[in-house]
Ligand binder design. Structure first.
Ligand code: GUN
Length: 298
């Protein structure tokens, strides 16, 4: 059967968001203000992290946000890393601080994230920002879930009263996405189910989803028989799968078996070109908000 799902174009929507940020940055500069500035901290040289940081750096250049990456050895101590973060916290010329994850195993991500000044936490990972998200207060929202909501908004896909099923409960995507869907605020008001690796009979939940967000990191986890007709599918999966036929030697695989699911879905995000570009665009937006002190007024 031919696929019937319409494609949710993350590249296109991310361009719209970037254009808005670019315009705001230009207005700030024309008003004599300093450009927003994002400091990225990379510990070690994980190849995927290097690729992601490259995309973030190019996006900053594209929208006129200043940026610099501090690169630290993967042997750096927690103390040295936290001292570096505290230095950035104190630097009035730095609006946003992003520590690229994952960190080497001897470092605790939570301990490191808690060291970041929450007013500069443009990733939205600091407990202060996650807590404020959970109680519906202005906050920095984690970029990937925030990007998912921008996509739903752009395509006028209704959320209120729907059943949103989130597969994956990570601090970066699944948990904040579920909070956003469940909250009684502008974007949420969905009945929300969180599934994870301990969920028994995943299909029991996915089959009743009106909106299905999959962020499990398991290529092909969701197949056509696990979803109902008309479902909206957001595929957050981005696993590198070895592929000799490509120039890079790998391709990115989503968590959704696109072929079988697209036959039943009304909307679906492609991989790549769906959620990925939105994450970067929302980081630009959060950095702008940090520079404007919109979330935490001075
Ligand atoms: N690693 C994977 N995704 C992310 C992200 O959104 N932010 C950071 N800091 N690290 C990541």
């Amino acid at each position: 059967m031919a696929s019937q799902a319409k494609l949710i174009d993350g590249r296109k929507v991310s361009e719209i968001i970037r254009a808005e940020v670019r315009e705001d940055v230009q207005a700030m500069v024309e008003a004599g203000q300093r450009r927003p500035f994002l400091e990225v901290v990379q510990v070690g040289s994980d190849p995927a992290s290097t690729v992601y940081i490259g995309a973030k750096t190019r996006a900053c250049e594209d929208v006129g946000i200043g940026t610099h990456t501090t690169r630290l050895q993967d042997t750096v101590s927690a103390q040295e890393l936290k001292d570096e973060i505290r230095r950035l916290n104190e630097d009035d010329d730095v609006d946003g601080i992003l520590v690229q994850l994952p960190l080497p195993s001897h470092l605790s991500a939570l301990d490191v994230i808690e060291t970041i000044d929450h007013r500069k936490d443009v990733d939205g990972f600091h407990p202060m920002n996650v807590g404020r998200l959970a109680i519906g207060q202005p906050t920095f929202r984690s970029c990937t879930p925030a990007g998912i909501f921008e996509l739903l908004r752009h395509y006028s896909i209704p959320v209120k009263g729907k059943h949103a099923v989130v597969v994956g409960a990570s601090n970066i995507v699944g948990s904040p996405a579920a909070i956003m869907f469940s909250r009684e605020n502008d974007s949420g008001k969905a009945t929300t189910t969180i599934c994870h690796k301990y969920t028994q009979d995943l299909t029991k939940y996915t089959i009743s989803a009106d909106i299905l967000v999959v962020a499990a990191g398991v290529p092909g986890l969701i197949r056509g028989e696990m979803v109902k007709e008309g479902v909206v599918v957001i595929d957050v999966g981005m696993t590198r799968v070895a592929d000799e036929s490509t120039e890079k030697g790998y391709h990115l695989a989503g968590d959704v078996d696109q072929e079988s699911v697209a036959e039943k879905a009304s909307w679906i995000t492609p991989v790549p070109g769906g959620v990925g570009p939105m994450t970067v665009a929302m980081l630009m937006k959060n950095t702008l908000l940090a520079a404007k002190k919109s979330v935490y007024p001075a």
